[in-house]
Design a protein. Structure first.
Length: 228
């Protein structure tokens, strides 16, 4: 029906384009009101009304943007949940997806005296956890499914540091479980510095005991050592 209407009326835009128009106008209204407030004397009879309108449009814009981010996050969570064949149902629901990338990860568990290395892992970073996956067998590759090897839930008291090789060592409060993460340089430009910064920001939200890292990222880390 929509295609027929577009053809009959020679409409240059499709339905999604029309639906997004009101959202796109919000920033324009805000700019217009900001200009009006700046050019209106504070003792003018309409000044306060303009200020109130500007505050209202700012709040509406913020709410729309937040709902858009929530929707996009829910879509990504659903994709990751379906990406692996061995996650519990709804295991990721309610979490905030940050990014995913290739990484080399070593998991050291002193409680069972075991160390496991994944040289080409799929690392998914959420606001409160890490999820490590692998490509799995050829059968799983053909089915589009992959295997979740381990998850790490962030806890208050968790600590991290960066070593001279650029690896990030994450230590749980009990000191028995350690993840050593090294991001792989993929694409151009290299996103590794950005990934490190985002991961450290997530860890910083848990009021962790930050161990001073080695190298040039000291300045970046200083932003996150005192989270709000």
């Amino acid at each position: 029906f929509l295609k027929k209407c577009m053809k009959d009326f020679s409409c240059p835009l499709d339905l999604p384009s029309f639906l997004i128009m009101p959202v796109q106008r919000l920033p324009r209204y805000q700019l217009l009101l900001e200009e009006l407030v700046n050019r209106t004397p504070s003792d003018h009879v309409d000044y306060q009304n303009l200020v109130n309108a500007l505050n209202a449009i700012k709040q509406i814009t913020f709410t729309v943007n937040e709902k858009q981010r929530e929707y996009e996050n829910a879509q990504k969570i659903a994709y990751v949940q379906d990406y692996f064949d061995n996650l519990k149902p709804n295991q990721l629901i309610g979490r905030t997806y940050i990014f995913d990338t290739r990484a080399s990860v070593e998991i050291q568990d002193s409680s069972i005296n075991q160390s496991t290395r994944y040289n080409n892992g799929l690392l998914f970073v959420f606001s409160d956890m890490l999820l490590l996956g692998t490509m799995g067998t050829m059968r799983k590759l053909m089915s589009g499914k992959h295997t979740c090897q381990a998850t790490l839930m962030f806890e208050n008291g968790i600590s991290y540091r960066e070593d001279a090789e650029g690896k990030i060592q994450i230590t749980m409060p009990n000191k028995k479980l350690i993840w050593v993460v090294k991001f792989m340089a993929i694409g151009s430009p290299d996103q590794t510095p950005t990934f490190k910064k985002l991961l450290m920001e997530c860890l910083g939200n848990f009021k962790i005991n930050v161990i001073t890292p080695i190298g040039a990222v000291n300045d970046v880390l200083s932003i996150f050592t005192n989270p709000k």
